[in-house]
Every structure is written in C-alpha cells, then in structure tokens.
Design a protein around this ligand. Structure first.
Ligand SMILES: [Zn+2]
Length: 456
C-alpha cells in the first residue's frame, strides 16, 4: 500500500447500479472516491489493497448515482397544504403569491434547509431552485446560503417577471428584464460559480413576460453563456394568455425569437403538441417533468413517453412544496411511472430503468453536467446514494431498480454523498443539524409568518 493507492472513501460490499450507458450492474463490488471524484469501481474489495480515510461496509445495500431535482421553489416549503384542492391560478392566489411577498430572509434560509435536507434524505444530490421573489436581494442570498449549508449541489435560477399585474402577479415582483440581468450578473460575481453552485436565469411564466423581456434575457444568456429555465404550457390558461397577448402560440413565439436552444429547461410541458415535441428535440430543449404538482393541481398528464421517443431529454422535478406537498424524489419517480402506465393502459409504456435515468442522467444533461454527473463511472463527480432495502415497505428486494421506483421511501436512504463528501448518513446531516432542531426553529417562524399574513 502506498499513498498513490489512498482514497478519501471506499464503499465496499454494495450492489452497484452504475446507470451508465450499458446499464452495468455489479452484484457485489466496491467504489473508491478520491477528492470530489469517483476514482475506481471494482468487483473486488478495494479496501483490502488500498488505504482509505473512511470505509463504509454497504453489505445488503445498493449504490445508485444521486438524483437531480430540476425544479423547486424553496420558499414554498413553508406553505405545505395552503390552497389545497384548487387549480393553478386560485392556488397561486391562496399560497405562493401572498406568502412570497411577506417571507423574511431568515424564513427563506430555514425553508432552504428544510427543502434541501428532505431532498438529501430522498436520494437527491443536486437541486435546481427556481427563485422568483425578487423584491429584496437579501432573500436570494438567504436561500443560496441555506442551500449551501446543507452540502447539496445547487443550481440557483434567478427568474424574473416584467409584466403580468393584470393577471395577479404582485407588483413588487415585477421589474425590467435589464435590471434582472444585472442582478443575475451580481450573483454570479458574488458566489463565483463553480461545480457546486451554478447561477441561471429565466422568465417565470408566459403571462408575466413581455416579448422584449424574452429578447433581453436571451441576448444576455447567449453572450454570457448562461442557462435558463421557464414554466411552459403547465395549464391551458398559460397558453390562452399568450394567444391573447401575442396572437400566437408560446412555442411559435419562442422559436421565432431563437429562444429554443440546448441551454433551455422547460418546466411542466403538460400541453405540448406533437409539433412542439418535434421542435424541442430538434433544438435540444430539455423538459423538467413534475408529476406531483401536475396531478395535485389537476393540470393534466404531459406526453412523456412521446417526448422520450422523439429524442427529447426529460428530467424530473418535485416543484415547490406548496403544490406537491413535499420534496421527495422517490415519490416523484413512482408517480412519473404510474401516471403514464394508467393513462396509456400499458404497463410497459415507461419502465423503472427509464424513470431512474430521467432522475439521474436526464437531470445531468438538463443542467449541462452530463460529463460530470448522472452515472457512477470513474472520473465523474462522486454524487451517490446508498439505498438500504431492508425495511418493511421495500423487502425483499428482487429487482433493485423496481424496488427503488415502486417500493421505497425516505427511510431507505442510508447515506447521501455529494462531491465526495458524506452529507447525510443514518439520520445525521452535515454540520450535525437534526430534523428535530430544524422543526423547532421553523415552528417559531411559521407563527410569525401567519401573523404577518393575517395583518395583510
Ligand atoms: Zn414551478
């Protein structure tokens, strides 16, 4: 043994589902991490021939790549259940829009810890925050710093709205697109983007963006090489407003101005037409599929098998916890599979393997990190989870992929590793913060938030 063969971490005796292109599965193997990367994967026990600072014996467990949640609104973690049993526009007016105006930086920070800790506990290693409460830059800082404190890999999408008051968008959220792009630039400078934190932007929704707003944002993103995301065709109302304002379909408008590119992540896409799907495939647009809110708000079921067949890259997201009501990636995977099987009356229309790929490599491609994330392969970033099937719900485990998609819950996640660092292990989070302590702090702040809401 010499220093060349020393690692930060070795996970041994695990079943390893690499989710690589060939779908390689090691029935029993070990994986070694050096720094932030996967160094070796072997069918032998690497801990017998090399030194490691830490060795985890994962006997009985399954190693998967970490899942990537491509769409959430973190502040909504304080709003679970508000506006329940209403459709999108009424729900927005009962939850996200009023509460988004009154929440404080401290509440945003705690909401970030709540969402990210639940994400880590449900097998997620990267989270894409779509942030649109831009009335005070301190709120964005609190959110980013809350995310970073948990050790999760973060994409912070500083979105904007430059119109939409007549449709209920609070005036305090509205700003010119030029100002929004200056704020995006300021965030990029302040946080010195790296693989652990990317800064993106994006128009919030069709009805809160002017044509000039799209053009301004696009020019900025193309010149500065910035990725962008937007809510698209979530409900029929979304497109009706576009037809009324611009006299054309939103995808026609976006194509016309050159907005459909491989830097775009389109969220929801419930009402995509065949022609939209064809154009998404042609331009390399990725789709963030969020099954829980599409069902919860009665929005509908997006054409996911059709999009996959056409070659569109599809990733998964939970959306904000006000329309979910959690940040559970395992539940999201199950819903993504079942909703299509039922709709098409065809159990084979989408498989467990495809759903895991949407959550892992689909997410990696959607955020432009497919060379570093999405599968367990030497040279890639060490983002992975240890799944322990030995719980009532998930045992016995005949088929690991079927178990993780159809019979799992947060109790199955034993360990979550991000960028080579163990950030969650057997109930303990990075920094020693416990669920009980966080819940206690949040309870106090939720009371304050309710009092401010009552005074509105
Ligand atoms: Zn959303």
């Amino acid at each position: 043994m010499d220093s060349y063969h020393s690692f930060n971490l070795i996970v041994k005796n695990a079943m390893i589902c690499t989710m690589d292109r060939e779908g390689r599965v090691l029935r029993r193997g070990s994986l070694a991490v050096r720094g932030d990367r996967i160094a070796l994967i072997s069918e032998t026990d690497l801990s017998r021939s090399a030194l490691a600072e830490r060795v985890i014996d994962a006997d009985g467990m399954v190693l998967f790549p970490g899942f990537i949640n491509t769409h959430i609104h973190i502040f909504q973690s304080f709003l679970k259940g508000l506006g329940a049993d209403h459709r999108l526009i009424e729900w927005l007016n009962l939850s996200a829009l009023p509460y988004g105006q009154i929440m404080t930086p401290r509440q945003h920070r705690l909401a970030a810890q709540l969402a990210c800790m639940e994400a880590l506990k449900s097998g997620c290693t990267t989270l894409c925050e779509f942030f649109y409460t831009n009335q005070d830059p301190e709120l964005a800082h609190a959110c980013i710093e809350g995310m970073q404190s948990t050790g999760i890999r973060s994409v912070f999408i500083r979105a904007f709205q430059d119109t939409g008051e007549e449709y209920g968008m609070p005036s305090m959220f509205i700003e010119p697109a030029e100002k929004a792009m200056r704020e995006v630039e300021a965030l990029k400078k302040r946080y010195r983007e790296n693989d652990m934190l990317s800064i993106w932007t994006g128009p919030d929704v069709t009805w809160s963006t002017t044509e000039e707003g799209y053009r301004t944002m696009l020019a900025y993103c193309l010149s500065e090489n910035v990725r962008y995301s937007m809510h698209l065709k979530e409900t029929e109302v979304d497109n009706e407003m576009c037809l009324r304002t611009y006299g054309k379909d939103i995808v026609d408008l976006l194509e016309e101005i050159g907005f459909l590119t491989d830097r775009m992540l389109a969220v929801h896409c419930v009402n995509l037409t065949e022609n939209d799907i064809r154009r998404f495939a042609e331009h390399g647009v990725s789709v963030s599929h969020n099954p829980a809110p599409n069902l919860y708000l009665g929005s509908g079921i997006p054409p996911i098998p059709e999009s996959l067949r056409a070659g569109v890259n599809v990733a998964l997201g939970t959306d904000g916890a006000a329309s979910n009501n959690s940040t559970d990636m395992l539940e999201t995977m199950k819903l993504a599979a079942l909703m299509q099987k039922g709709l098409h009356r065809n159990a084979a229309v989408i498989t467990a393997d495809q759903v895991i790929r949407m959550a892992a490599s689909g997410g990696a491609k959607a955020i432009g990190m497919e060379d570093r994330l999405g599968s367990l392969e030497p040279g890639k970033k060490a983002d992975m989870i240890l799944f322990d099937p030995r719980h009532l719900k998930s045992f016995p485990n005949h088929d690991a992929k079927a178990t993780v998609v159809y019979a799992s819950s947060e109790e199955n996640i034993d360990t979550t590793i991000v960028n080579g660092e163990i950030v969650y292990h057997k109930g303990v989070f990075k920094g020693g913060l416990t669920e009980a302590e966080l819940v206690q702090e949040i309870a106090v702040e939720v009371e304050k938030m309710r009092a401010s809401a009552a005074a509105l």
